[in-house]
Design a protein around this ligand. Structure first.
Ligand SMILES: Cc1cc2nc3c(=O)[nH]c(=O)nc-3n(C[C@H](O)[C@H](O)[C@H](O)COP(=O)(O)OP(=O)(O)OC[C@H]3O[C@@H](n4cnc5c(N)ncnc54)[C@H](O)[C@@H]3O)c2cc1C
Length: 377
């Protein structure tokens, strides 16, 4: 087993298989935002947590993730978006106060719209309780700048979501894992069931419960189990459809906009945990696929990304300093599976908006399982 060790601070670590005061051990497979949030809330509920994370293909390593309740072209807003947004910010603030370095800013998100029809569509879907306002052409957002200082011309409607913002994905995940005090094993689980996981090399870890949070890459490794409904792990999710979608972020030496601006692609600030500031330009834009696909973007994708960015930004002169590519999984799935193990996955483009909230709900259900009806999936 490689790289095993406590993810938490000294004194909070537990040895694999050891029982916490409540005597309940939880195995979490996958250490992205879903798995680390499950570990965090389970530890707070008294579980002794072990996280198995292969450490590759992690979508949650996205260098800048938006906390944006209004995604996509339709303007539809998830019913849990506001609660998820507020929980994620409260976690980020609390973990920061506890000493974790989590680059983030909650200064709002800007959603430009190109037509009156698009505005009408968005207005139809925006819940009144979600704070938002439509900016006028010259409205000053901060002390001395208005969106039109850096936005390209041609956007008649600007939706401003003041509670939105951005966070460093890997920094938040690391903080959640550390604060959970979980033991982290850098290893791939080959098979699992309600009470155990078999690792590479045939070692078996047991626990009172197992939660699978393997994301896009893990779904590809164990795809037969999920899609077929009767695979090696006994999952019974035959009706569940999962879609993988690749995307990339260009890392930029300067932020192209002071707050995230999102319309098909997003431009946003970026900061490394050691305080180096820059920006990102990114999107999940590759064709949806039935398998994890996170190889670097083809040239035509880069062309599309840059042309969409040029339509958004008045000045795209920043130097490109790097490239990050990942794959996200859509097809939300949360709860107990028919094999008796639990899952939280398929968070699509809302992993950082809804992942912590859904993890908290899953842990509540772990604590107080509903009466079984049918297959429990
Ligand atoms: C380009 C791009 C931009 C994005 N932008 C945003 C954004 O702005 N805002 C937002 O909220 N979301 C965004 N997302 C989506 C977000 O990244 C995902 O929703 C989220 O990271 C999924 O988290 P997860 O924990 O489910 O999976 P992952 O982060 O993929 O983690 C899964 C982990 O499990 C491990 N694993 C899998 N199987 C096993 C196994 N059998 N044994 C051991 N380990 C295993 C993997 O190695 C991996 O480390 C973006 C995604 C992409 C690709």
């Amino acid at each position: 087993m490689n790289g095993s060790g406590p993810a938490g601070r000294p004194g909070l670590a537990v040895t694999p298989g050891a029982r916490g005061p409540g005597g309940r051990r939880l195995l979490v497979i996958g250490g992205g935002v879903a798995g680390s949030s499950v570990a965090y809330f389970a530890a707070r509920a008294g579980w002794t947590v072990t996280v198995l994370d292969a450490g590759s293909g992690r979508a949650s390593d996205v260098p800048t993730a938006l906390l944006n309740p209004v995604r996509g072209q339709s303007g539809r807003v998830d019913a849990r978006a506001l609660e998820g947004l507020r929980l994620s910010w409260s976690l980020i603030r609390q973990l920061s106060v506890q000493g974790h370095q989590i680059p983030h800013e909650q200064r709002g998100v800007l959603r430009p719209l190109g037509t009156d029809a698009a505005r009408t569509r968005f207005e139809c879907h925006l819940p009144t309780e979600l704070p938002h306002r439509w900016l006028t052409a010259t409205e000053t957002l901060s002390h001395d700048w208005s969106a039109h200082d850096w936005l390209a011309p041609g956007w008649p409607h600007l939706l401003f979501l003041p509670e939105g913002g951005w966070v460093s994905g890997p920094a938040l995940v690391a903080a959640l894992l550390a604060e959970s005090g979980a033991t982290l094993h850098r290893v791939r689980a080959q098979t699992w069931n309600a009470h155990s996981a078999t690792l590479e090399g045939s070692e078996v870890l047991t626990a009172e419960a197992v939660v699978w949070c393997g994301g896009s890459v893990g779904m590809s490794w164990g795809g037969a189990s999920w899609g077929g409904g009767s695979g090696q792990n006994g999952a019974g999710t035959a009706t569940q459809t999962f879609t993988h979608r690749g995307g990339s972020l260009l890392l930029l030496a300067q932020a192209p906009a002071p707050i995230p601006v999102s319309a098909g692609v997003y431009l946003a600030p970026h900061e490394t945990p050691d305080g180096r500031r820059g920006g990102v330009l990114g999107a999940t834009f590759e064709a949806p696929s039935v398998q994890h696909a996170a190889s670097g973007p083809p040239l035509k994708s880069l062309h599309w990304l840059l042309s969409r960015a040029a339509a958004l930004s008045g000045d795209l002169s920043a130097t490109v300093t790097g490239l990050w590519t990942g794959s996200r999984l859509s097809g939300e799935c949360s709860g107990r599976q028919s094999g008796g193990w639990w899952a939280l996955t398929g968070l699509g483009s809302k992993g950082f908006l809804l992942g912590p909230l859904m993890a908290r709900e899953l842990v509540r259900e772990l604590e107080h399982p509903r009466a079984e009806t049918g297959d429990g999936g």
